[in-house]
Design a protein around this ligand. Sequence first.
Ligand SMILES: *Cc1c(COP(=O)(O)O)cnc(C)c1O
Length: 401
Amino acid sequence: MLSIHQMNTYKPLNVAFTHGVGTWLHTTDGRKILDALGGIAVSGLGHAHPKLTKAIAEQAGRLIHTSNLVNIPEQAALADKLCALAAMENAFFCNSGAEANECAIKIARLYGHQRGIANPQIIVMERAWHGRTLATLAATGSRKAQAGFEPLVTGFIRVPYNDLDAIKTIAAHNHDVVAVLSEVLQGEGGIVAARTDYLRELRAFCTEKDWLLMIDEVQSGIGRTGKWFAHQWAGIVPDVMPLAKGLGSGVPIGACLAHGKAATVFKPGNHGTTFGGGPLVSVAALRTLQIMEEEGLLANATAMGNVVADGLKATLAGVAGVVEVRGQGLMLGLELNRPCGEIVEMALEDGLLTNVTQDCVIRILPPLIINEAEAHEMVKRLSTVVKRFLAKASGISIQAA
Ligand SMILES: *Cc1c(COP(=O)(O)O)cnc(C)c1O
């Protein structure tokens, strides 16, 4: 329960955890919960990973914060590492996904102004999620999230997802467009993938128009889908890439990476942050990436993602009410044919932490370290609760009829 002194922004589940070990969380009343949420695609290394814990503790004992007014070698090393993994050129570090997207939006606007466009516009997608700051809220495609916060920041043009013709139609009459901002696998939007052919054509079209292609990998990045970044499945390289969630394994850090023309837009004074990319968070992120390599977590995300997805498909085959299992790696969605928010509490009773997005999509984002036995256990617990929910829901509708 929230204290009366906590602002009324969340309706948390009636549970709290004292500690975690790997893919498991321990409740204050002594229960063990299997984590299919991963702190919302954050805790890729699971909980209390010994190598990460050690690195963070050692760095905290040396130096936590200095500021961007001095050199931060740990941040430089992280930038080098991320750019190598992403084939990008440079990085700005911040503290959240919304801030990483703010940085992308500012790059796009300044890029436009530098090219003589006084009123630069960014194309964004229906059902997109980019954050809750004022600019990213305007870029986000959720009226529910926006309602009441008007006037919204202007400069965004919304199009349907996976629809290049809609973008080309805008390009034909609007000469103020400077960028396209999109996820390649929508998370909050319900685990919806962009088609590979669409992404490749969009990449070519942005290049042709001199627009920046800005791929928001805040949720899908850092190995979640089985590649470092989800767009790499399509073999494309974006001009700008916001990152956050999994980057620091729970230590708050975001980044905005840039490539080509986008990499030379900012000059000193254009953007900044007090906390971003400090020694502690940079070490946490760099060590996260190294541990992911040492432990082969990209391959594990693909393999365990297949175990979970195939397992759910098999156990739920033919069950009325189950629409689809979709996604990639360990970013999966299970869509039901009815709103199923209440399944989150039912699952918790059964020892499973999960989440529902877009009312009908159960979202599965476990730690990337999950092992095969745990993946099977996740399938068992999830399919059981889905069947229990659907039986209950259809019982009610029969009674109602
Ligand atoms: C979560 C998310 C954000 C916002 O990140 P915050 O850290 O909550 O500000 C932005 N984009 C995508 C794709 C996300 O999933």
